[in-house]
Design a protein around this ligand. Structure first.
Ligand code: SAH
Length: 216
């Protein structure tokens, strides 16, 4: 009698499959991963709702469908070294950790980073490393990466991240204005990005050297 398991199956059925996500590994991991353990205690029963939820510090855990879409778009086979910018709750990081070899995730809000670290430890993830810094500068000491995912809105893919992406590697990010963006999938070809703009989205802003200014 796992109430959350039931809610999770419904989530996958009505939000993920219904909207056309087809990658079997993505679907399996979303069926399995306890999203309710990544949201604040007082909204635990909303964890499987079809929307983003507040996680404190003005930040959000992305809508389940958006997590599934971004994960499908970066095409993980299992052996990748992945860089994530915007750890937040750590939910997306955990999904990545299930589907890739190693995950390097960067968060600028100290408390969110520390809470996520604790979650990863509790849930037994040994292949996630959390960094507290401005993710727009990436993690040069661990580059190059096979895949990069930015889970905050950015005006452009920050140049250091393009540099830290392998040739042929994929980056997925919400790119556009501070309050409205398009989901971008881009493939590195030489020093250029081959770009595919997908659906309109609204993410919290990426704050940093190659993002926006902190207005809080
Ligand atoms: N992937 C997250 C979504 C978090 S929302 C999840 O699954 O919950 C975006 C996060 O990006 C926020 O936690 C915010 O603090 C963080 N962020 C914003 N600018 C950043 C930057 N320059 N470097 C690292 N993290 C940043």
């Amino acid at each position: 009698m796992d109430k959350y398991k039931h809610l999770r199956e419904l989530m996958v059925e009505t939000q993920i499959l219904e909207r056309g996500i087809r990658d079997k590994r993505v679907i399996e991991v979303m069926k399995k991963l306890p999203r309710h353990l990544f949201v604040p205690e007082n909204i635990i029963d909303d964890a499987y709702d079809d929307r983003a939820l507040p996680i404190g510090h003005g930040q959000t855990i992305s809508q389940p469908y958006i997590v599934a879409l971004m994960t499908e778009l970066i095409e993980l086979k299992g052996d990748e070294k992945v860089l994530e910018i915007g750890t937040g709750s750590g939910y997306q990081s955990a999904i990545l950790a299930e589907l890739a070899r190693e995950v390097h995730t960067v968060e600028r809000v100290l408390q969110l980073a520390e809470e996520s670290r604790k979650r990863f430890e509790r849930l037994g993830y040994k292949n996630i490393k959390v960094y507290i810094r401005d993710g727009t500068e990436g993690v040069p000491e661990e580059a190059p990466f096979d895949r990069i995912i930015i889970t905050a809105a950015t005006p452009e893919i920050p140049p250091p991240l393009v540099e830290q992406l392998k040739e042929g590697g994929i980056v997925v990010a919400p790119v556009g204005e501070r309050y409205s963006q398009y989901m971008l999938k881009a493939i590195k070809k030489g020093n250029e990005l081959e770009r595919y703009y997908l659906i309109p989205v609204a993410f919290v802003p990426l704050i940093g050297k190659y993002g926006w200014k902190d207005e809080s």
